[in-house]
Structure formats: structure tokens, C-alpha cells
Design a protein around this ligand. Structure first.
Ligand code: NAD
Ligand code: MG
Length: 387
């Protein structure tokens, strides 16, 4: 990036990615400017962020929360918009250069779509958008010449490692997985895990939904689908390796056998910053590796029996069509039910499989059809839980 600044819309600024992004922006010496901030329920934090960063636009996406909040402390120069449609307006603002999609779940799709339609660069944290509509989203990005730069640490690593060779020279991509809090658990131990256990991730501090996804390894399943679309890979070109330290963020193997990896401590500020400043690198606040100490890096093959979500991800990536949207929505609904204490941890993946197998598959769905699949799968999950 030259001395010129970039205007960033931080959609989901109160979440884990959003807060890390504001740390990166704060440390950028004015090179990155947040012109939009948005939240769903945490109006108080949104107002505090607005007081510090003075964005042109503040979006409170949940209309009920927005109407109940006290906005008197919001700086006068910040325009306030309420409701989900305002996110579409925010992502489309002419002055926005980069849209950081840090909203969790399929709720992130519409604003990402709107930004792509206007040819904006996307710093993509919201992997669910690609899982749901990977083909349509990447086609739209190509048509509008809009770049999608990954924020997900594994995909950022692949994106960086791919700069070492030509696409035709790539043999395969290997995504690393921490293995989550239950990496060494037996099948019996998995039966009894609690919400608290599932939320205690060993290496990453993240939002609740993705933390549960990491515990089931559904996160890696979603990331397989994300990688399939981001890098236009065949499913057989995507591998997964368990790496508990979360220092090697992923690897690209070239046809000559050379493997290029990206390493850094587990700190999302680095991939967030790289996505916002790409194609340049800047000094930043992310943690650095300490080479004065001895340390080990371990790698293990994943266990598909204890973590059946992985197979589900490979299958959905292979068949494409409506499978990603159904799997994603079923998983979002199942995780919400697990967090509410209504289903057991070990029920999440079988419930997703059952819904995926019963859906009316369409190989070339429209956007409307994908949204309909999302709604259907959530309803099915409610029925699954009642029976
Ligand atoms: P989070 O739960 O901490 O934050 C989510 C943000 O989205 C909040 O600002 C919330 O207000 C907003 N939001 C929630 N529901 C919304 C809705 N219906 N409409 C509008 N806004 C809504 O989540 P997170 O951990 O920051 O994850 C955000 C995204 O980034 C997810 O897609 C996740 O998979 C991805 N991601 C996160 C990490 C991480 O380290 N946290 C790493 C890789 C990828
Ligand atoms: Mg990841």
C-alpha cells in the first residue's frame, strides 16, 4: 500500500474478528480508516468504537436492539442506520475501498454480495458465504473484477504460499487444523462433553459459533469448501493435517515436491492486516515468533471416525450445488441448539448428515434457491430436535 489510505467497512466490528481488526486499524497510522462499523446486539460497544474511530456510518443490524438502545453518546458526525438492509447500504457506500466481512453465519451473505456487485475488495472472514454460495459468489467476483482476499488464517496462509509458483505447478493444498479441545478424546469421552468444554479452545480465542465448529471439526469441513471456491481446487487437491500448535497455518505442495508453509503465532491480527493491506505488507501489532526458544511442531493425520464432520465437508465440496448451503445452515442451527443445551455435542454432526441426505439436491441453484435451502435446513433441524 502506498502512503494513500484505504477506507474499510468493518461489518461485525463488535465480534472477535471485528475487535482484532480495529486493533490493526488503530496501529496503522491512519493508513486504514474505518468508515463503517456494525453490530448486531452489542450497541454499547458499538457506541464506544464509534466514539474512538468516528466512522461516517454506524449500523445496528438488529432492529429491536437498535430501537431499545440509548444512542445519545454517538458522535454527531456518525450517521446511524438500523436493520439488516442497512448492511447492504453500508457495504455499497462509494467511499468504501475494502469490506471486512466479520459477521458470523449466513447473515453475512447479503452484504458481501452487495459489496461484490459494486466491485469492492472483500477481506473475507465470513467463510459461511462461500460455503453457502461459493460458485455464484466467485462468479460474481470475477464478473465485477472484485478481489476476495481471505482472512481465515489457513486460507491466508495458502494465499501467501501460492505466490511462490504458478497455479499449474500446484500439486495440492494442505489445511492445518488444531484438532480443537477434543483432539485426544476417545469416542466415549466425546459423549459427555459440555458447552463449557467445547468453548475452551486450546490455541484460538474466537466467537462461540466458530469455537464449537472447531471442537466438532466442522470448521475444517467448512474450510475445505471455502478453499475449493477461493482457489478453484478439485476436492482431491485439498488435504487436512492436524497440527496442535497452530503455528503452521497451512501449506502448498508444488509438483516438484517442494512444500511452502506460512508460520506465525496464532493471532488473527496478522491475516486480518494482510487482507486489508494486500498486496503490501506493513509492520503491525500481531504477535511474532520467538526464535530464541526451542519448540516443537507436530503433525498428525486427522481421525475421520471420531470427527465425522470432515467427511461431510469433503462430500459437500465434491457435489457442490445446494449441499454447502444446506450443510452450513443445518450446522448453524445445530450449534445454536447445542449452545442452548437442547442437543448433545455428539448429535451435531449426525443431525447435519441426516438433513443433508434428505434435501432436494440442485446442482445449479440460483441465489434465491440457496436462501430457500438455508431456511429449509434450519426448519428441518427444529424437527430433528423434536423427534
Ligand atoms: P463473533 O460471534 O465474535 O462476532 C460476530 C459479529 O457479527 C458481531 O459483531 C455480531 O454483532 C455480528 N452479527 C452476529 N449475527 C449477526 C446478524 N444476524 N446480522 C448482522 N450482524 C451479526 O464471531 P467471530 O469469531 O468474530 O467470527 C466472525 C466470522 O469470521 C465468522 O464467519 C467466522 O467463521 C470467521 N472467522 C473467525 C475467526 C476468529 O478467530 N474469530 C477465524 C477465522 C474465521
Ligand atoms: Mg480457520
Amino acid at each position: 500500500m502506498s502512503a494513500a489510505h484505504k477506507n474499510v467497512a468493518v461489518l461485525g466490528s463488535t465480534g472477535s474478528i471485528g475487535r482484532n481488526a480495529l486493533e490493526v486499524i488503530r496501529a496503522s497510522d491512519g493508513r486504514l480508516r474505518p468508515v463503517v462499523l456494525s453490530a448486531f446486539t452489542n450497541a454499547e460497544l458499538l457506541i464506544r468504537q464509534a466514539c474512538e474511530f468516528k466512522p461516517a456510518l454506524v449500523v445496528a443490524a438488529d432492529p429491536q436492539v437498535a430501537d431499545g438502545a440509548d444512542w445519545s453518546q454517538l458522535p454527531a458526525e456518525c450517521k446511524l442506520l438500523k436493520g439488516p438492509d442497512a448492511l447492504v447500504e453500508a457495504a455499497s457506500l462509494p467511499e468504501v475501498d475494502v469490506v471486512l466481512t466479520a459477521i458470523v453465519g449466513s447473515a453475512g451473505l447479503r452484504s458481501t454480495w452487495a459489496a461484490l456487485e459494486r466491485g469492492k475488495t472483500i477481506a473475507l472472514a465470513n467463510k459461511e458465504t462461500l460455503v453457502m454460495g461459493g460458485r455464484l459468489v466467485t462468479e460474481l467476483a470475477a464478473e465485477r473484477r472484485a478481489a476476495i482476499v481471505p482472512v481465515d488464517s489457513e486460507h491466508s496462509a495458502v494465499f501467501q504460499a501460492l505466490q511462490c509458483g504458478k497455479r499449474s505447478e500446484v500439486r495440492r493444498v494442505v489445511l492445518t487444523a488444531s484438532g480443537g479441545p477434543f483432539r485426544t478424546f476417545t469416542a466415549e469421552q466425546l459423549q459427555a462433553v459440555t458447552v463449557e468444554d467445547a468453548l475452551a479452545h486450546p490455541t484460538w480465542r474466537m466467537g462461540r459459533k466458530i469455537t464449537v465448529d472447531s471442537a466438532t471439526m466442522m470448521n475444517k469441513a467448512l474450510e475445505i469448501i471455502e478453499a475449493r471456491w477461493l482457489f478453484d481446487l478439485a476436492v482431491d487437491e485439498i488435504g487436512v493435517v492436524v497440527h496442535p500448535q497452530s503455528v503452521v497455518h497451512s501449506l502448498v505442495e508444488y509438483v516438484d515436491g517442494s512444500v511452502i508453509a506460512q508460520l506465525s503465532p496464532p493471532d488473527m491480527k496478522l491475516p486480518i492486516q494482510y487482507a486489508l493491506t494486500y498486496p503490501e505488507r506493513l509492520p503491525g501489532p500481531a504477535a511474532k515468533l520467538d526464535w530464541t526458544k526451542g519448540w516443537n511442531l507436530d503433525f498428525f493425520p486427522p481421525d475421520f471416525e471420531r470427527f465425522p464432520a470432515l467427511e461431510l465437508g469433503l462430500e459437500a465440496a465434491r457435489v457442490g450445488g445446494t449441499a454447502g448451503a444446506v450443510l452450513n445452515a443445518a450446522n448453524e442451527a445445530a450449534v445454536a441448539q447445542f449452545l442452548a443445551g437442547e442437543i448433545r455435542f455428539i448429535d451435531i454432526v449426525p443431525a447435519c448428515r441426516s438433513i443433508l441426505e434428505h434435501h432436494d439436491f440442485d446442482a445449479r441453484p440460483s441465489l434465491e434457491r440457496l436462501v430457500e435451502c438455508d431456511r429449509w435446513a434450519r426448519q428441518e433441524m427444529d424437527h430433528w430436535i423434536c423427534h
